[in-house]
Ligand binder design. Sequence first.
Ligand code: SF4
Ligand code: SF4
Length: 515
Amino acid sequence: MRRLVFSSGDYRDRQPTRFRRKNGTKMALTTEDTRQDSTPPCFHLLAKPSGSTCNIDCTYCFFLSKEALYPNEKNRMSDATLEAYIRQLLESHRTPTVTVAWQGGEPTLMKLDFFRRSVELVEKYRRPEQIVQHTFQTNGILLDDEWCAFFKEHNFLVGLSVDGPRELHDTYRLDRAQQGTFDKVMKGWRHLRQHGVEFNILCTVNAANEKHGRTVYRFFRDEMGAQWVQFIPIIERATEQTIDIANLGWSEQPNRKRLLYTQDGNLVTKRSVGGEQYGRFLVDIFEEWVRHDVGRVYVQLFDVTLEAYFGRHLLCIHAPTCGYGPALEYNGDLYSCDHFVEPRYLLGNIHETKLLKLVSSPAQRKFGDDKRDSLTAQCQRCEVRGLCNGGCPKDRFTLSSDGDPGQNYLCAGLYLFFTHTRPAMQTMARLLESGRAPSDVMALTVAEDERRGPYQPCPCGSGRKFRFCHGDRAPDSPFSGVSPATVVTKDGRVTSVPSQLPLRASSDGAHGGAQ
Ligand code: SF4
Ligand code: SF4
């Protein structure tokens, strides 16, 4: 699953370069926005040219079930829809920068000529002053030299879906034969590296990897050379009637009726991340990052949280309102959000109503404003509300401490993350305000570690002594030695594949990070 990445307004032109938005990121209107009318100056649309069709079969990917919305159709975007989309997208933007974001399903199923045509159309309809950024979220399976040469030539930003080292990745990211996809994804990653394509990692946080935050993060940083990482919690909702079917997964099975996933029910599947555990996963990574990687590795939630200390909300999930990230299906149908591709959130079709009119419609504004207007009393009085804003509405299906419905399933984890990171974030904010690099927080953190001593409880809250947790004697992970450059053949042989490029992330900060 990708979604990224990482889908709201793209305000990158107003952001400091360190917050350059990566693929799949859902950017939000900032509190500084000064629109006079309901027409947004820009937005971040996720286009699904092959609908929800995918070439693999991840167990947790409820997006697969969305094929049921368009039964009996070959889900492929026509040239007429592609042209209408690109033209209307470019016409709609009043900001100099426009993002053309391709998502799936799996967009490589559209073949390369489709995207060559999209680039041609961008050049045809782009106003001279418009700068267009192409982004592409993929599972990486079909990436080869031809794809990667194309990405490089047109400066595409590629999001690659990886859930960690092999054992963790292969738990749920399976192909149609129910085999793990790790080796195939790493083959695609090597092509990206060989061609020097800019990429970021989109990692879901699920029941398999939720207790391995640092392991997952170190794998991306040290083995894959990733400088941009984004974490997405897996929360698959279900009702008492659907939970048994949902637990089996979302792909089409013989003799089993496919269930269309909708945002209903207050149960979750066994693959879903635990609410509090999501926060522990993030804290585990933060404690590593704040000692070693500030300014070198961009972790989306960390950067947007720091921006929130200045009152700027760059991620829809933690912005007061949302609704600037619609999703476009292959046939021109536009939905309120990629997470709400279901009949009740269909805004219309761009062949019948202009894209900008749909994005500015009262229905879509209400969708976005409801995020703020439906906050529970618990959220309204929460000490970290200004940073969290209740999280994404799709996850608000539990009871609050007052017994009110509509509390975020992740609340315990979000509260843990925002309170735990507050001292370091405040330090970084003060450093920025005084004209210093936020990366200076690393030396301050290490000095604090030394003052506290190695045998005190680790500040991450694990209960272990610091030295054996986030200190210098942290034990190797059970997954250490699992390298993407290692391929296990079908007969069980292990072969090393030398990478063409250095694996360690560069430390020059050229791509930003929080500094
Ligand atoms: S519903 Fe959630 S993911 Fe969609 S735009 Fe709103 S906050 Fe973002
Ligand atoms: S931490 Fe929980 S109570 Fe606080 S704003 Fe977020 S969801 Fe609401």
